[in-house]
Design a protein around this ligand. Structure first.
Ligand code: NZQ
Ligand code: ZN
Length: 392
């Protein structure tokens, strides 16, 4: 087992009607004025936003609101949020929504707590020294941002999507009521399930060994999400299935499934981020579209690990030949993606990039050829190009 730090300071308030506690939770944080940040309308339509305002009023908390966050959240709205927070002396941000809203809130928090251009952190020009405290009312099980240390923002200048991580942005609390996810379109529910799985698969498919407990947790988590993703296809109002998936989403990305590993691979995420930046696709669906191509490209570097994944997670029979079993596992995973109506290639994702565009994706993903991605196999610009080409 590798050495590790496990830091998960977020207070989780899970279950039915928990959103009514939001005012009290903010008050416990000792803050005076809140920015309520939300997306493009789902929380207004469902009445959740009004319930949150009422909970804040009841607790005597002042607030201002800023909506309009879109999936693949934009830097321009982050700048708007920073200006608003400074003008209104906001000292706490409440994100009501999904990963995009939470990530936008985290970026605003960085921008208020640090001098200079907030994009510098995402462009890796300097590191943040703090962030405004944040809380979350989660409406979609997917990104895991409600407990994670990361935030992913798209800069409209060049359409570059970049992540930045630090413990400063771990939310103080996360309110998670599975009922709030019942209004999700099926595509978002299933895309979220893929993202949840991928946060564990990125950590599981690695170069490390000897982490029996972490492997066991990861395998159980993956099997649970797969089972419930299928249930939700036919029965989207199933509370128990919503609850399993929601809790899995947080545990998948709060560091638990990385304990004792080498940190994981993350190449699929890097490949998807370029797709999100250039084509504005749903993150989980984008991951499903590139995963098979990535897995086939790198599998021979860790056949035993991929074979274990095939047997323990996908129920593939052990053939005794690791490569053969691993290949069957990759095919079984793609079959699962199809069964929940997720894409297994770029065409299925609804995009058909030309070879020139794929070169551009590979250039951006490799930071102009200056970095490699992944750990199962270190992938340079040429490898990245090939993986995107195979994914077409
Ligand atoms: O904006 P609204 O109207 O709320 O609509 C959203 C959006 O269109 C809708 N939605 C959310 N909750 C809903 C709902 N519609 C009906 N009922 C509800 N209860 O769903 C759509 C997707 O929302 P979004 O917040 O974009 O989803 P998700 O949570 O998947 O977040 C995706 C973003 O998170 C980033 C992704 O790259 C992407 O930008 N990630 C963030 C991570 C992190 N911070 O730790 C890690 C991830 O790997 C990921 O990269
Ligand atoms: Zn993700």
């Amino acid at each position: 087992m590798e050495n590790f730090n496990y830091y998960a300071p977020t207070k989780v308030v899970f279950g039915k009607n928990t959103e009514f506690q939001t005012g009290e939770l903010v008050r416990e944080c000792g803050c005076r004025k809140v920015l309520v940040h939300y997306g493009s309308g789902s929380v207004k339509k469902s009445g959740l936003l009004d319930r949150i305002f009422a909970a804040l009023d009841k607790a005597g908390i002042e607030y201002v609101a800023l909506g309009g966050v879109v999936p693949n959240p934009r830097l321009s709205l982050v700048y708007e949020g920073i200006t608003l927070c400074n003008r209104e002396s906001v000292d706490f941000i409440l994100a009501v929504g999904g990963g995009s809203v939470i990530d936008s809130a985290k970026a605003i928090g960085y921008g208020v707590a640090n001098e200079g251009d907030v994009w510098d952190f995402y462009a890796r020009k300097r590191t943040a020294q703090g962030c405004l405290p944040l809380g979350v009312v989660l409406t979609i099980a997917a990104a895991g941002s409600e407990m994670s240390d990361s935030s992913v923002i798209t800069n409209e200048e060049g359409w570059i999507k970049r992540g930045y991580s630090s413990n400063y942005v771990r939310p103080k609390f996360a309110v998670m009521n599975p009922d709030l996810t019942m209004t999700l379109p099926a595509y978002q529910t299933e895309s979220g399930c893929v993202d949840i799985m991928m946060h564990t698969m990125e950590r599981y498919l690695n170069q490390a060994d000897n982490m029996e407990l972490t492997d066991g947790i990861s395998e159980a988590l993956l099997r649970t999400v797969m089972k419930n993703a299928k249930i939700l296809l036919d029965d989207p109002q199933n509370y128990e299935a919503r609850a399993e998936v929601m809790w899995a989403g947080s545990l998948s990305h709060n560091g638990l499934t990385g304990c004792g590993t080498d940190g994981g691979d993350w190449a699929s995420h890097q490949l998807e981020h370029e797709l999100g930046g250039m084509y504005d696709v749903a993150h989980g669906a984008g991951l499903a579209a590139v995963w098979g191509s990535w897995a086939r490209y790198v599998m021979d570097a860790r056949p035993g690990r991929f074979a274990r994944f095939a047997v323990q997670v996908l129920g593939v029979e052990d053939t005794g030949d690791a490569i053969k079993t691993a290949k069957k596992g990759i095919a079984a995973m793609e079959e699962f993606y199809r069964s929940i109506r997720m894409p297994v290639n770029l065409r299925g994702l609804g995009i058909e990039p030309s070879e020139e565009e794929i070169k551009e994706l590979a250039r951006k993903c490799s930071f102009d050829g200056t970095r490699t991605i992944g750990c199962v196999k270190k992938l340079d610009q040429e490898d990245i190009f090939r993986i995107y080409m195979h994914a077409r």
